[in-house]
Design a binder for this molecule. Sequence first.
Ligand SMILES: [Zn+2]
Length: 395
Amino acid sequence: MEQGIATQKAPRSALYACITMMLVATMAQGSLTTDAPYHQVDRCALVDDLQFDGQAANASVQWQVDLGPRLPGSNVSESFRQTITDQLTTLGYEVTQQEHQRYDMNLTNVFATWTPNGTSTGTLVLSAHYDSRNIADQDDNENNRTLPVPGANDAASGVAVLLELANHIPTMGLDHEVVLFFNDAEDQDQQYTLGAEAWAENLTQSEIASTHAFVLLDMVGDADLQLHNVLPGNETLKSRVVELGTDLGLVNGTVDCRGGAGLDVVQYDTLVGVLDDHVHADALGIPSIDIMDTSYGEPKPYTFGSYWHTMEDTPDKVSAESLGAVGRLVELGLRTQAFVNLGEEIESGDDHPSHADADVEDGVSTGSKTLASLAAVGLFSIIGFILLVEWKRKP
Ligand SMILES: [Zn+2]
């Protein structure tokens, strides 16, 4: 991901107050369905049956790092694609590739599509970048700064979660398509999110309209996992991630489904502006979220932590527990329809949401979710909580 970032903690009560305000505003407009499928599900009844295997995801991180740098156009990149294509095809996915030329790079996006039996009610896109950064330009050791990073957390972790989820998606009985989008060239030199941008540019209007959401996983393996509230992002998706995290014992100060005290993992009172792959879907009006840990290692100003974009981004910094926590959160979201039908209205009985509805549900009617998110931040300030979200290109 490209940009850092000044983070600012908002009081948890402030965030909840604002979410509540937006929900109240939304309900007044009649567009929030309290009896939408997601809200009808007893999520806690599903928690003990989740299948996601954090150890398997952790093994995938090691496998990817052992392949070597996954640089666009490289033999390693080709080998990675061949292996996952074989795996996912065996599981019943249709795997396709799209190639693009950007700058001096030949990048290849990979799409693994699971289609339900019978009628599909739209498409959910789950994405992660599979390229690893070509330069460790944040390394303290100057001699390392021209070397490619190992990319255990920054690349392999998100891919590992998608690959392990892929084992279970076919058994979930979903009524919508799931596209696992392994995007290329997110993190090369000073060029970022090129694969996701190329994908978004080539979407047709009907593909945009039939996409429920874009859920991005980036840097989700940090052994000291702290998932932050990334701007831009869809507020409904964010509030559902907080609810799912609460169920799973990942929200500090809450009680989980088993009656245990929540850990401080889902920290959505910490707002961070990040230009990541999700911004391109977001700009098209597709509800989008970046599930990301923006603090990898020790805090370091204007970066995502002391291990980020360094040779320290190695598998020992990643844990099966963290990968498992994120994987189970997304699995529970899939099984409870948390990421689909975000704008569904009872009155209209629409089979598929329009993105205009999703915009209204955000409480701000605008084509740009970036603007919606920033406007929401403005609202926070107006009601008396001072937040500074500084967009600043990193050095
Ligand atoms: Zn990166």
